[in-house]
Design a protein around this ligand. Structure first.
Ligand SMILES: C[S@@+](CC[C@H](N)C(=O)[O-])C[C@H]1O[C@@H](n2cnc3c(N)ncnc32)[C@H](O)[C@@H]1O
Length: 307
């Protein structure tokens, strides 16, 4: 993965982006089966936190669509990712059905109208955000009142980090509220910081689940997968009291603002106009005159075909 080149919607102080273009992440990270345990316990957490049904769900940082089939109760699912190649992989395994809309765009500049979704998810993506607050504010904007946001984040205050810190094997303090960049463009966050940012963005955190309690290679080798998953599933509920796992899932609800607008959809990420003309080649923004392409079933809000 590299750092993304700037696109026209970015000004010079736009946060850097962790660019997955051309990456074989899905195959390399998940394909070998070594993370089957993590995948299964994440599926359980998602099932617990997502409403059983809904209208339009936005999956931010959808990647190759590993989780998309888990949003079965929603009528429309929009998969958004900065990397077109990730969405091409998602399209290969999910297909070109009307139910899925593939969108190349930046999480800091979501190309959607206010209150145009009733649910959103962001799984294993916030940890790439230099400015997580800005990203969370964007999510807040596209959700209607009563909308549900399911977020997974990497927790710096996890047992392994605490043990390493106590043994002086790690310099950063897992109890300090600031974020830690453990590798370029990879951040771990403190649970309290996350809750503060969500609150500032007018979300109310309604539930928290701790996930991947047994993310240790030795345990994963010695204990049968089904048993590890069952134990994790039971302990996930303790996340309502304390969060000490490397991964935390939470559900946040929007309590104010306009309710979900069924008809609302696009918003230009550059000029913010919500008026578009539908063309065969893409979407023509009536506000700034740019045309955003639709090619092979994938909308592209990074590179306009006409300005
Ligand atoms: C670790 S992958 C996770 C993919 C998927 N959510 C999963 O759990 O399998 C992170 C994804 O976030 C995307 N991403 C990172 N920064 C982004 C941004 N600023 N806007 C949109 N997507 C972004 C990457 O392209 C990548 O596909």
């Amino acid at each position: 993965m590299g750092i993304a080149v700037r696109w026209l919607g970015m000004n010079s102080d736009h946060p850097d982006i962790c660019d997955y273009e051309g990456s074989n992440y899905q195959e390399r990270f998940w394909g070998s089966g070594a993370r089957r345990y993590e995948d299964l316990v994440e599926a359980i957490a998602l099932r617990r936190l997502l409403p059983a049904k809904g209208r339009k769900l936005l999956e931010i940082g959808a990647g190759a669509g590993r989780n998309t089939r888990r949003y079965g109760g929603f009528e429309k699912i929009v998969l958004l990712d900065y990397a077109r190649s990730q969405l091409e992989q998602a399209q290969l395994h999910l297909g070109k059905s009307e139910r899925y809309i593939y969108v190349v765009a930046d999480a800091y500049h979501l190309p959607f109208a206010h209150a145009s979704f009733d649910a959103a998810t962001m799984i294993r993506t916030l940890h790439h955000m230099v400015d997580p607050r800005a990203a969370l504010q964007e999510v807040r904007g596209i959700l209607g009142r009563g909308g549900i946001f399911v977020l997974e984040y990497a927790n710096k205050r996890n047992l392994k980090a605490i043990a390493r810190w106590l043994l002086s094997k790690q310099q950063w303090n897992p109890f300090a509220i600031d974020s830690v960049e453990f590798a370029p463009l990879n951040f771990n966050f403190h649970p309290r910081a996350l809750r503060n940012w969500l609150q500032e963005s007018d979300f109310e955190v309604s539930r928290q689940l701790t996930v991947s309690h047994f993310r240790l290679n030795l345990l994963k080798r010695l204990v049968p997968l089904a048993l590890l998953v069952a134990l994790d599933s039971v302990i996930q509920w303790s996340g309502g009291m304390v969060q000490l796992t490397p991964s935390v899932f939470l559900q946040a609800e929007v309590l104010s603002g306009p309710s979900y607008q069924e008809e609302a959809f696009w918003r230009c990420p550059v000029c913010t106009s919500e008026n578009f003309e539908d063309l065969d080649e893409g979407l023509h923004c009536q506000g700034c005159g740019r045309t955003w392409s639709l090619r092979d079933g994938i909308y592209d809000f990074k590179h306009p075909i006409r300005e």
